[in-house]
Design a protein around this ligand. Structure first.
Ligand SMILES: [Zn+2]
Ligand SMILES: [Zn+2]
Length: 832
């Protein structure tokens, strides 16, 4: 066995750490180990085993031993290790943090800290008891009392030891005071974090016998209790029908409020128990496929390209550009089915799984228990379980959000990125990777086919396709040759001149809505801003109510009676007077989706209106419920944010109204036009997916803007050419690589000093072929308490740009600017 191993740790440092391997321990490359790091136990990934004794920088520093090897076999195979290294290199992220992102296994490691009373602690306790009052101290008498409570508590435990959480809740000691006691050496802090070996369990609801009497044949079923309501009865009957035991996850699938189960437990009718995980894995037999795909020639061409690449076992890329409603999903599913039939694996990435329940349902119907689902809505345990199923080869069809691109499938043949232009594929924390680009790289390493699908491909992907990096397959027609909707542009400036009022709903849109409602057709209205009003303004001094953590207006939420910051989540009460001048004239300005719903209720009191946004949708069920209601004709109208624009298929909608979707055009971000074009195209695509043709009424203050004009004409190619010209002039992607470097600190003077230092360093460092703009205050100069300054780097040479960024990070480290305060965002999608 080698003597040493290098370990990548999830810490913000660009290096691996060397540990000695104690005799008998057998760590593996790509496996996890537990190591001591700065008084803590930290799990890391072994990246190399070797016999090179490290050269200690100071002789006193002794190489520490591994504590434990956690895996007998690698959790990251060679390909994923290589992919991780590529990400660390490309996005300038610490390797250990990349690996942590790639492995959803935090459930298998339990953080735990204990405190033990020391001899000095016993002595202090003893002296206190003798003299009656402790020695002179700068602490308040209350604080001293708490300290002795802690010593007392520990002295009475076995081994003089207690778990941190238990100790803190028993004695109510603050963290600061506890740390102070450790510094005085009265107590010793010990990190005992370890692998969590407990068998994975799930919660099961168990019917308590007697709660549901045997039904009497021929007679109506006697109720277990006269006081049970319909929901409670549904649960009891479901349990009884299943033999008395059902995983609570399954019960959640019933249309019964979550609180009902709790009520039954409190009433002693049902008990909750932990059962081993095996209980939950329902052995669904894949149903014989109901999908007899009847493909158009264009769809066949797309499938042919996939088939060809999969058969060749060589990397190839396909950009599938299909207008909304053209049947991209059917192509994905057919491709995945062929791959599975060959015993190989596929991964399908979707922007937000909660928003594509139909896709997940189709997959499960087609592939049964070969499907694994990975997304952020799962608990840590559930995620680890899915990961292991994939790793063991039990699930060869993976569907998930961003991080599913790291799913440990064997023999990857097909990787599909649906809605590849969606910005949720970009992770906005370290490592700041873009899952679409990682998917392309992973497919390259695996010799697999990558399919990027979209109705509105990103400029970058489309450009790559025109440069023959990918094969371009167009699906120009909707299924069954349904026409794309007609789009009418309403100039809201003119509307204002003619009505003398700042309208939210134009006369034309109101008229069109009325017409649809009379015909019993359905309507969607998009306003891409949640809340009631986005600004609370003082009429006396003109100041807006800002978030205390961000340079951003607080949004008024009327129903929940609060002001909320949509950037950091800070919530405060609704002001009754101005915080700046004390005046009582505080007005709420502007319209969000909540107010839009209220306005529409006022205008169409008979209509049944639903709303879809982050405030009404807490989980996947809420989303499905709203969509089902629309599908079943229980709603006449659905208003909401961009959530309503994403790929669902509701056939009764014949009118889409767009209210203020162009606000982004005013933002200082070079992708604003592209995003607006994409959003408009997508929401327009919701209209007329059934028998009746659709119409879109697009209200805008920028009627002449090319993003609006081309979206109205469904002219992707026209938009693409125009936008590409602009990007070329301005040296933006795809003509230049771009990076956003943000320097941040809670202290303004630190932000200014650091960005100044780095600015001077950029000035005197040669960087041919790289433009460096800044330092300048970021468009949002304060965010989540941090003041922010930024630089923008542009270069046609990505290698040169990354080399300069690496040198800049080294310079920052030399100047002792903490690594966490300099954010390097390569291929930034958000420059605010
Ligand atoms: Zn004021
Ligand atoms: Zn905020």
């Amino acid at each position: 066995m080698p003597l040493f191993c290098d370990v990548a740790l999830p810490v913000p440092l660009d290096m691996a750490f060397t540990y000695a391997i104690p005799p008998g321990m057998e760590p593996v490359v790509g496996g996890r180990v537990l190591v001591p790091f700065r008084q803590q136990r930290v799990p890391g990934i072994v990246v190399e085993l070797h016999d090179r004794a490290p050269q200690a920088t100071t002789p006193a520093v002794k190489i520490k031993n591994l504590i434990e090897a956690l895996d007998l076999a690698p959790v990251l195979d060679d390909q994923l290790l290589k992919l991780g290294r590529w990400i660390a290199d490309y996005y300038l992220a610490p390797l250990g943090e990349v690996f942590r992102t790639m492995l959803p296994l935090s459930a298998e490691f339990k953080r735990a800290v204990t405190y033990r009373i020391t001899d000095a602690g016993h002595m202090a306790l003893h002296l206190a008891g003798m003299s009656g009052s402790p020695a002179r101290s700068q602490r308040t008498p209350e604080e001293q009392l708490v300290e002795f409570r802690v010593l007392d508590y520990l002295a009475e435990r076995a081994g003089g030891r207690a778990n941190e959480n238990r100790l803190r809740s028993a004695t109510r000691i603050s963290r600061a005071l506890l740390a102070g006691m450790a510094r005085k050496k009265w107590i010793a802090r010990e990190d005992v974090s370890a692998r969590r070996d407990a068998a994975r369990t799930i919660k099961v609801a168990v019917l308590i016998s007697g709660a549901c009497p045997e039904p009497v044949e021929g007679a109506s079923r006697p109720r277990p209790s006269s006081k049970l309501n319909a929901n409670q009865l549904t649960l009891i009957e479901t349990l009884a029908a299943a033999g008395g035991r059902v995983p609570i996850e399954t019960l959640r699938g019933l249309d019964v409020p979550r609180t009902t189960l709790g009520t039954l437990v409190r009433r002693g009718l049902v008990e909750l128990m932990d059962e081993p995980q095996e209980f939950s894995v329902p052995k669904l037999k894949p149903r014989r496929s109901p999908f007899e795909f009847e493909f158009s020639p264009a769809q066949q061409q797309a499938l042919g390209k996939i088939r060809e690449g999969v058969g060749a076992r060589r990397f190839s890329g396909v950009l599938l550009h299909g207008v909304t409603g053209s049947g991209k999903t059917a192509v994905y599913l057919a491709g995945m089915r062929e791959v599975l039939e060959q015993g190989r694996s596929s991964i399908l990435l979707v922007p937000e799984i909660g928003l594509t329940p139909a896709m997940a349902a189709d997959l499960i119907q087609l592939f049964g228990d070969e499907v694994a689902i990975l997304h952020s809505g799962l608990s840590h345990d559930e995620r680890a379980e899915q990961w292991h199923r994939i790793k063991r080869g039990e699930a060869r069809v993976v569907v998930g959000t961003r991080s599913a691109v790291f799913a440990p499938v064997t023999d990857l043949a097909l990787l599909i990125v649906d809605e590849e232009q969606d910005s949720s594929y970009k992770q906005e924390e370290t490592p700041r990777y873009h899952a679409r680009d990682v998917a392309v790289m992973r497919a390259k390493m695996a010799g697999a086919v990558v399919v990027l699908g979209s109705a509105t491909p990103s400029l970058d992907s489309y450009y790559n396709a025109t440069k023959n990096k990918y094969a371009l397959v167009e699906l120009p027609d909707r299924v069954e040759n349904r026409p794309l909707p007609e789009v009418e542009i309403i100039d809201m400036r003119q509307e204002f001149q003619e009505t003398g009022k700042d309208q939210v709903i134009s006369r034309k849109l109101a008229e069109e809505i009325r017409e649809r409602l009379e015909k019993k057709e359905q309507v969607m209205v998009l306003l891409n801003r949640r809340g009631y009003s986005p600004v609370a303004l003082c009429r006396a001094c003109g100041q807006a109510l800002q978030c205390k953590n961000c340079a951003v207006s607080m949004t008024h939420h009327k129903r929940e009676r609060k002001m909320e910051c949509h950037y950091c989540g800070y919530v405060t009460h609704i002001p009754n007077k101005c915080a700046h001048c004390g005046s009582e004239y505080v007005y709420f300005v502007g319209t969000g989706s909540e107010k839009l719903e209220e306005l529409l209720h006022g205008m169409f009191p008979q209509a049944r209106i639903g709303r879809l946004d982050r405030d009404t949708v807490r989980g996947r069920e809420d989303f499905e419920r709203a969509l089902n209601a629309l599908n079943e004709g229980e709603l006449d109208m659905l208003v909401g944010t961009q959530m309503i624009a994403k790929g669902h298929d509701v056939h009764g909608v014949t009118l889409v109204g767009v209210v203020g979707a162009d606000a982004a055009l005013g933002l200082p971000d070079f992708r604003a036009a592209e995003r607006t074009f994409q959003l408009l195209t997508q929401v327009a695509g919701r209209a007329g997916r059934g028998e009746s043709p659709g119409k879109v009424v697009l209200q805008t203050y920028f009627p002449d803007h090319y993003a609006v004009q081309y979206a109205a004409r469904h002219d992707f190619a026209g938009f693409y050419d125009k936008e590409l010209q602009f990007r070329s002039w301005m040296h933006y992607p795809p003509y230049s690589a771009i990076a956003n470097v943000v320097v941040r600190s809670e202290k303004l003077d630190e932000t200014l000093a650091w960005s100044g230092e780095l600015g001077r360093w950029f000035e005197k460092t040669r960087h041919e072929g790289i433009r460096v703009l800044g330092p300048a205050a970021a468009p949002i100069p304060r965010l989540k308490r941090d003041y922010r300054y930024h630089f923008i780097l542009k270069s046609p040479s990505r290698e040169k740009m990354n080399a300069l960024l690496r040198a800049m990070l080294a310079e920052a480290a030399a100047r002792r600017i903490p690594r966490t305060q300099v954010i390097v965002d390569v291929d930034a999608v958000w420059l605010m």
